[in-house]
Design a protein around this ligand. Sequence first.
Ligand SMILES: [Zn+2]
Length: 479
Amino acid sequence: MINLRPAAISLLMAFSFSSCAVNSATGERQLILISESREIEMGREADVSITSQMGLYDDADLAAYVEEIGFRLQGVAERPNLPWTFRLIDDPIINAFALPGGFIYITRGIMAHLNNEAQLAAVVGHEIGHVTGRHGAEQMSRAQFAQVGLGLGSLISPTAAQISGVAGAGLGLLFLRYGRDDERQADALGFRYMDNASYDAREMPDVFTLLGRVTAVAGGSGTPSWLSTHPEPADRYERIAQAIAASGSNFDGRDVGRESYLDRITGMVFGPNPRHGFFEDNLFMHPDMEFQITMPPDWASQNLPQAVVSVNADENTVLQLTISQATASRATVMEFLAGNGLTGRPEETTINGLSAVQADFAASAQDGSTIAGRIVVVQYGSNTFQLLGYGTGVGWAANGSLVVTAQQSFGRLTDAEALAIEPLRLTTALTRRTGTLGDFYDANPAEVPVETIALINQMDVGTVLRSRTRIKTVVRGTP
Ligand SMILES: [Zn+2]
């Protein structure tokens, strides 16, 4: 976990490491407040948090493919001595981001929306550009990035303000926000890397068109942070279109890699993966781990890779489920209480036939506010589940019984349909005759609306397709 004291660190850096050097990627003089070794160290630490909090997509071949493209671009980029790392994140959200030190992340969500390898290279190249341009090295020490250190296991915080922050502690906070100039520079560098790595750089503007459409569909709400922090896609499209014209290059014969890309992503999970847990109203079911729990009704819930978190509307009470490494014993509960400066008396109990240990606790913070709650650890199969409920004094008085009822509902998942549920997956099909994408959809019904099929193919429902055009579609189960 990173434990940055941002102001102090950047001040320290200013005195000890500041240097003004010409950036090898951009040719610009740049004031660097942080040494390269410190940049790598920070990237490595954050990488551990991001990898465990977001989760890697479990497909070694596809991960190797993303790496292969990453190294092809990195091979024509600057800063060869960084520990370049390219990771495929198991997240349906359309996103890509980079950490200082050369750590690049691509979600399976953005993979699903790209049409060929050159488009993936455009996204990866842009992110490499943020690293070679050293755009993140400075932001790394700013306050927002300290959020990386927000471990879900250490959410116990004695003030109401911090409790309510839990609800908003989405991973959006993790992403560096670059200035508009940095984004344009990353686009320009990405374009150059694509060009030098023999990709057809004419695919790059189409990625911006896609991002513009995704933003429009999202309607401002739920727009991935990657999109909301970047300049207008139309502006980026225009700049790269101009760069293509100005380059005078003939890109014919350069790699687009449509067929191979579609082959690679066939079978990739699309949308949220229900095997990693899903809600039916307030009932949370986890088919892979075969457990269920009924969260308090009408609370806002989130299924994160490391935790399931529910928060009430007033944001003063939280119930959080995590997997613990320790056994469900009195010692484990004592350790939790002591580690968080709480007192309580653990007692052994059973929950739906499973052995458990629980303890009620209360504490006062320095500012006079109080916190109260109950921790329950349950042994189930080879795992120990920690069900941590807590709130402000007022919150717990009003909602404590709801939390306890939810904790008592933890048990084995037996619903056969839920246990057998399969995620949606991408596949492709050929059009049989000339017609619109809508016609294709009628002949090949998918598990998602036709508008989604249009979006992932970067087309409109009315786009006319020739016979035997390969189109992405979405099926349930293995295609
Ligand atoms: Zn960017």
